[in-house]
Design a protein around this ligand. Structure first.
Ligand code: CAP
Ligand code: MG
Length: 474
């Protein structure tokens, strides 16, 4: 059976564009002398044109198709301030060590965007251009967001500072665990996992991204058992605890209903998945702000479009959008865990979450100085295949304002869930203590852990169990 792709005669592909018929650059979308205004939004794309397509023409085409243009001149152009509304590609540089690819810088007038709407921003910037025929591939690498635009968004309501105050936890990363197995536990057994993990020393437990309301455990039952577990663990430990109740659902009405119930039960945090969409995320952020609820965002689905280096959208752009949108937590990678991630770009994501001003740093993938103008800080969350034996690396790489989430690395402990939680808490505190004493935790980490394990059997068992588990594939 032939596919659509093979059914197409090869010579029919791209003829229009390789012949230079469109000439977007002559239509004003290429302006090498343009100096972006302080209020312009700027996007940098990695552009890989089809063979025979000029890089500048391809870049101008992206500027055109992501702003005012279509494939032909239209009469109605003359009815608008078309020069102002045209996006302007003003710079095209070859990508180092990647022949055939270019970084194209495109400036957009602020008036092209509805204030405070990620849906509107993304509909322009990533709306149609990714399927454009003159391009083999296209990646949105980074965006500069002018303060005038940043200030049209609410940003995180609690962010890092208020979250720490609400939880009364300072000076160390927060610890969490995702309940495992991902699917299939009954509400009662699920609640047991939550209680054991929190009582054992964790600050948070969380629903997995795909736990919503399935036949084996409906959401209401989960919420009830989880909050009972939180209350009991708080009473037993004397600490504030939380469990991210995933309110992700098919409709906004369902999500609001679940959120209201979480609030009624006294939960301090709820959770949503990135797949609910930008408008739903902004609505939930609004609800969370109004209801004093911390809002955790799981980036479910992101790697379908963030992972490839030549096509898609970089996660740093998603991080920026989500800080604007106003979630309080975002999954941002671990480097040392089971999922893809390198130290440089990951450092960039963490800076974009936590700093008020992020300077340009090309080694970290940050193309522009980015002022956040007092937008609250977003708490990054690290998870995916991490365990107590990596505590020194995690703190060294990710710092102190982060939630470290050990799912398998808590619930997979040979002596049970409480022991898994205790192992993580003791490893964390030993490492923070050593760091505060001025020790080099990266170099001395294994030694520090070993010493702490002498007085903590659960930690010793964790280190023995996972001593050979590393995910350094690069
Ligand atoms: C981790 C996890 C998280 C991913 C998310 C999972 O479980 O619950 O969803 O780590 O990745 O389903 O795989 P473990 P990221 O702790 O048991 O590995 O933070 O990179 O978006
Ligand atoms: Mg998960």
């Amino acid at each position: 059976m032939s596919t659509i792709e093979t059914a197409k005669p090869a010579e029919k592909k791209r003829d229009r564009y390789s012949a230079g018929v469109m000439e977007y650059r002559k239509m004003g979308y290429w302006q090498p002398d343009y100096e972006p205004k302080a209020t312009d939004v700027i996007a940098v794309f990695r552009i890989t044109p089809q063979d025979g397509v000029d890089a500048i023409e391809a870049s101008a085409a992206v500027a055109g198709e992501s702003s005012t243009a279509t494939w032909t001149v239209v009469w109605t152009d003359r009815l608008t301030a078309s020069e102002k509304y045209r996006a302007k590609c003003y710079r095209v540089d070859p990508v180092p060590n990647a022949p055939g690819s270019w970084f194209a810088y495109i400036a957009y007038d602020l008036d092209l965007f509805e204030p405070g709407s990620i849906a509107n921003l993304s509909a322009s910037i990533i709306g149609n251009v990714f399927g454009f025929k003159p391009l083999k591939a296209l990646r949105l690498e980074d965006m500069y967001l002018p303060v005038a635009y940043v200030k049209t968004f609410q940003g995180p309501a609690t962010g890092i500072v208020v979250e720490r105050e609400r939880l009364d936890k300072f000076g160390r990363p927060l610890l969490g665990a995702t309940v495992k197995p991902k699917l299939g536990l009954s509400g009662r057994n699920y609640g047991r996992v939550v209680y054991e993990a929190l009582k054992g020393g964790l600050d948070f437990t969380k629903d997995d991204e795909n736990i919503n309301s399935q036949p084996f455990m409906h959401w209401r039952e989960r919420f009830l058992y989880c909050m009972e577990a939180v209350n009991r663990a708080q009473a037993a430990s004397g600490e504030i605890k939380g469990t991210y109740l995933n309110v992700t659902a098919a409709t906004m009405e369902d999500m609001y209903e679940r959120s209201e119930f979480a609030k009624e039960l006294g939960s301090n945090i709820i959770m949503i998945d990135l797949v609910i969409g930008y408008t739903a995320i902004q609505s939930m952020a609004k609800w969370a702000r109004k209801n004093d609820m911390i809002l955790h965002l799981h980036r479910a689905g992101h790697s379908t479009y963030t992972r490839q280096k030549s096509h898609g959208v970089s996660f740093r752009v998603i991080t920026k959008w989500m800080r604007l949108a106003g979630v309080d937590h975002i999954h941002a990678g671990t480097v040392v865990g089971k999922l893809e991630g390198d130290p440089y770009t990951t450092k960039g994501y963490y800076d974009l979450c936590r700093e008020d001003f992020v300077p340009q740093n090309l080694a970290h993938g940050i193309f522009f100085d980015q002022p956040w103008a007092s937008t609250n800080k977003l708490m990054p969350v690290a998870s995916g295949g991490i365990h107590a034996g990596q505590m020194h690396q995690l703190i060294d790489l990710l710092g102190e304002d982060v939630v470290l989430q050990f799912g398998g690395g808590t619930i997979g402990h040979p002596m049970g869930i409480q022991a898994g939680a205790t192992a993580n808490r003791v490893a964390l505190e030993a490492m923070i203590f050593a760091r505060n004493e001025g020790r080099d935790i990266l170099a001395e980490g294994p030694e520090i852990l070993k010493a702490a394990a002498k007085n903590c059997t659960p930690l010793k068992q964790a280190l023995d169990t996972w001593k050979d588990v590393t995910f350094n594939y690069s």
